[in-house]
Structures are given as C-alpha cells and as structure tokens.
Design a protein around this ligand. Sequence first.
Ligand SMILES: N[C@@H](CCC(=O)N[C@@H](CS)C(=O)NCC(=O)O)C(=O)O
Length: 213
Amino acid sequence: MIELYTWTTPNGEKPIIMLEECGMAYDLHMVDIGAGEQHSDRFKGLNLNEKIPVLVDRSRGGHSETIFESGAIMIYLAELKGQFLPRSSPARSKCLSWTFFQVANTGPMIGQYHHFNDAADETIDYAIKRYRTESVRVLGVLDKHLRTNHWLAGDYSIADMINYSWARAGLRELSGHGAEGYDALAGWVERIGQRPAVRSALEKLQDAKARHG
Ligand SMILES: N[C@@H](CCC(=O)N[C@@H](CS)C(=O)NCC(=O)O)C(=O)O
C-alpha cells in the first residue's frame, strides 16, 4: 500500500494529484504543519528535513521505500506506473526540465514572498521586493512558454501537475502586484483545475483536513 503524508499546501497537493491521475489506491496521513506535527520524532523518522510531502511505498514485497521531496515523489510514481513521464529523451528531458523548474523556482520564490509579505514578524522591504520581483518573473516564464504550448512538455505530464499548485497560488497572491495579464498561464491553471482527478485530489485533501483532529 502507498501512504502519503501531506497537508493542504501547494507542495502537499502535488503527490495526491498524481496518485488520483494514476488511479492508485493510497492511505492519506495528514500532518498539520501549522500545529508543528512535522517536528514530531515519528515524522522526523520519515523525513529528517521535517517537511511534507513524504510518500511511503509498502507494496514492494519485503521492503518499503520512503521518498521525500515532491519532485522525487512525482518521478517515483511516474516510473512505478509508467505514466506521465516519457521514457526517453528528448521528451523525457523536456518533462524533467519543467519539473525541476518548479522545485527550484516557483516554490521557493513564491514561498519566500508569502513569508516576508504575510508571515514575518518584521517588515523587510528589500526581501518583499526581491521575492515579489522573482516570483512575478518565474510566473512570467511559465506564461511565455504556455502562449505557444498547450501543456508544459508535450502531453499532460508530471511537469504540469507539479507546477499547477504554485502557479495557482502565485496568480492568486500576485495579481495586482505584477502577475496580472498572464492569460496563458491562467488558462492552463483553469484547464488543469477542471480535470476530474485534480478536483477529486483537492476535495479529498480538504475533507481529510476537516477530519484531522
Ligand atoms: N522542496 C520541498 C519543499 C517542501 C516544503 O517546503 N513543505 C512545506 C509545506 S508546503 C512544509 O512542510 N513546511 C513545514 C515547515 O517548514 O516546518 C518539496 O518540494 O517537497
């Protein structure tokens, strides 16, 4: 059985979207990061970095696999199922380029912008401006690519799934602060959000959050 440890954040949404897209069975374990559950000894045993998401695959016969970092989880599932990641390059390397673009750019930049703009206990104008400018820029890179591409890397793939949640959050947070007019990106976010697997993933996550004690 696959076990997913996650929460209702952009990084937490990615693997459940993939699991739903692949039609896989899984157990959902909610880790309330607002309440600090990621710092428990039990969770540290799964990810020393104390961050969600983590996937544990106990369906491998005699041993189990524990995978942290959302990019690694997406690639693991894609290879396990033989879906949503082309087997050979150039299609594979294109898909991996846009996958790694997400974990290296939109996640850290928008995440830091959100921290300095909304959560920090002191206002540091330089940090807010720096992360806002970079967030708007990397969203602009996605928008530019999507003006001439229906999906990020050929067919719908892990590159689209992994970029979706941060792009959706980024457009919401940065419209009116430089990310307005990204119509191609907004259209792509809308297309992904309408997919039955994506809707089901996000609903299941919210339901599990509501049930989490
Ligand atoms: N690079 C990691 C980032 C994971 C991450 O930042 N997770 C956040 C939630 S979106 C978290 O667990 N934060 C809790 C904390 O920092 O204490 C990935 O892609 O999996």
